[in-house]
Every structure is written in C-alpha cells, then in structure tokens.
Design a protein around this ligand. Structure first.
Ligand code: NAP
Length: 248
C-alpha cells in the first residue's frame, strides 16, 4: 500500500484554479500549494490576485471569464496544466418573474460557458500530451434544489452537473476524470451576501444535520480529493458537501 505524504501530494503537478481571488478558490489555492502543487490562479480582480501571489507564491492571470474570447486566450496561455478547478462563479438573486435576460446571460456565461471553454483548452492540451488528468467543476447544492431567487444560478449549476457527466464520458477514455462538488452554503463573500439574513439562513441551517454551514477549506479538501489519485476510479460524480442536507 502506498502511503501519501500530504505535503508532497501534488508535487510536480501544475493546477489551474479559476475564481481564485476569494472564498473557495482562495482556500483551494492555499491548500494545493501547501500540498506541493504549482498553482496558476485565475480571477477577475487584480488586487486579489496580487495579495494571493504575496501569500502563496502562486502565478496569476487576471481575466473576466464572462468574455468568451478572453477566457479562451487566458486558458490557452497557461498550458500545459495537469489539473483544473473550474470554480469561478457568481450569484445574482432575483425572483423568477423578474429575472432579467442580462442577469441570466452573465450567470450562464461565467458559471457554465466559461467552465466549458477553460476545460476544453486544458483537456486538449492533456490529450495532445497523452498525460490524462483530473477536472473538478465547482457546482452547488443549487443544482439539485430549487432555492427561491436563484433561477439563473440553479439553472447554471444544473447545467454544470450535466456537462460534468458528458465530460466524464468523452474525456474518460483519454484518462481524464471529471467530477463536480456541490457545497451547501459556504462562508465566503458570496455565501455571506446571499445568506446573511437570519430569517433566511435559520430555516436552511435547520435542514442541515451537522447544524452548520461549510467552511471554504472543507470544500477545498474535497476538491483536492477529487484532483488526487485517491479518487482514481471516481469519474462523473456530483459530490455533495452539504452536511447531510439532501439525506433527509
Ligand atoms: P466568491 O466569494 O464570490 O468568490 C468568487 C471568485 O470568483 C472571486 O474571486 C471572483 O472574482 C471570481 N469570479 C467571479 N466572476 C468572475 C469572472 N467573470 N471572471 C473571473 N473571475 C470571476 O464565491 P465563492 O462562494 O467562493 O464561490 C466559488 C464557487 O463556489 C462558485 O462557483 C459558487 O457558485 C460555488 N458555490 C458557492 C457557495 C457559497 O455558499 N458560497 C455554495 C455552493 C457553491 P471577483 O470578486 O473579482 O469578481
């Protein structure tokens, strides 16, 4: 049996993490660097990336993933990468009847289309090099549950899970595994914006058997598991990080 040295678990691996400036992406960069990876952190705000570079020594790329052309160019420019975390996402809360076309489009473009574009560039490079790889799409419990005010967001995450399964099917024969993680409310800037009202968060918390929301590092550890050889036969799953919300 092989013993894994966690400090060197990702030694020799280059990982691209999108949405790395804050929250789950930020925690993931820290964790992967602690475990020996070379990390390329891609995000929108340059100031966040500068701070992350200072903290961890990661490399950085500033780009707005809502721009399809810029997203493709940025993803192409950082190859070759061995592992990808498609984490960038946004949530604009609107009642279904008032959800605007503009909000729907930007949500789809960042949460779903950009994940496709970035993964296409990474997977093409992996296939050309014949190396295999692992891709983790950061989805959400919202892929499975219809939370009020989250029409565009839920649709984008449902789409991301569906695309994850197609990627697992088509990329699997090339030795590339693709999986999704589905956190419940996570204590990040996004989570705090959406769930800071106790009237809203109370009933949500009451449905979580572990009786708390998720910390970003707990999602990062799940992502690391799916990136690593520990999950070498796991492909096409949507892995809940929800404290048991969907079990009951
Ligand atoms: P966050 O705190 O808002 O951080 C999101 C990161 O993504 C930020 O660094 C942000 O950069 C970046 N980003 C957003 N739009 C971008 C764009 N157009 N181009 C490039 N980068 C962009 O969010 P989070 O809570 O960490 O969420 C990370 C992922 O987890 C998302 O996919 C989200 O849907 C998912 N998730 C979150 C929760 C939760 O409760 N927090 C639960 C389930 C799933 P800027 O700040 O510069 O825009």
């Amino acid at each position: 049996m092989t013993t894994i040295d966690r400090n060197r678990e990702f030694a020799g691996k280059t990982v691209l993490v999108t949405g790395a400036g804050k929250g789950i992406g930020h925690a993931t960069v820290h964790l992967l660097i602690e475990r020996g990876a070379r990390v390329i952190a891609l995000s929108r705000s340059a100031a966040d990336l500068d701070a992350l570079k200072q903290e961890t020594g990661c490399e950085t790329v500033a780009v707005d993933l809502a721009d399809a052309h810029a997203a493709r160019e940025a993803a192409r420019s950082v190859q070759p990468v061995d592992l990808l975390v498609n984490n960038a996402g946004l949530a604009e809360l609107q009642p279904f009847l008032e959800t605007t076309v503009e909000s729907f489009d930007v949500t789809m473009n960042v949460n779903l289309r950009a994940a496709m574009i970035v993964a296409q560039e990474c997977a093409k490079s992996m296939i050309a090099r014949g190396v295999g790889g692992s891709i983790v799409n950061v989805s959400s419990l919202s892929a499975n549950v219809g939370f009020a005010l989250h029409a565009a967001y839920c649709a984008s995450k449902g789409g991301l899970d569906a695309m994850t399964r197609v990627m697992a099917t088509e990329l699997g024969p090339h030795g590339i595994r693709t999986n999704a993680v589905l956190p419940t409310v996570t204590m990040t800037p996004m989570g705090e914006r959406a769930w800071s009202d106790p009237a809203k968060s109370g009933p949500m918390l009451a449905r979580i058997p572990l009786d708390r929301f998720v910390q970003p590092v707990e999602v990062a550890r799940t992502i690391a598991y799916l990136l690593s050889d520990d999950s070498s036969m796991v492909n096409g799953v949507s892995l809940l990080v929800d404290g048991g919300f969907q079990a009951c």
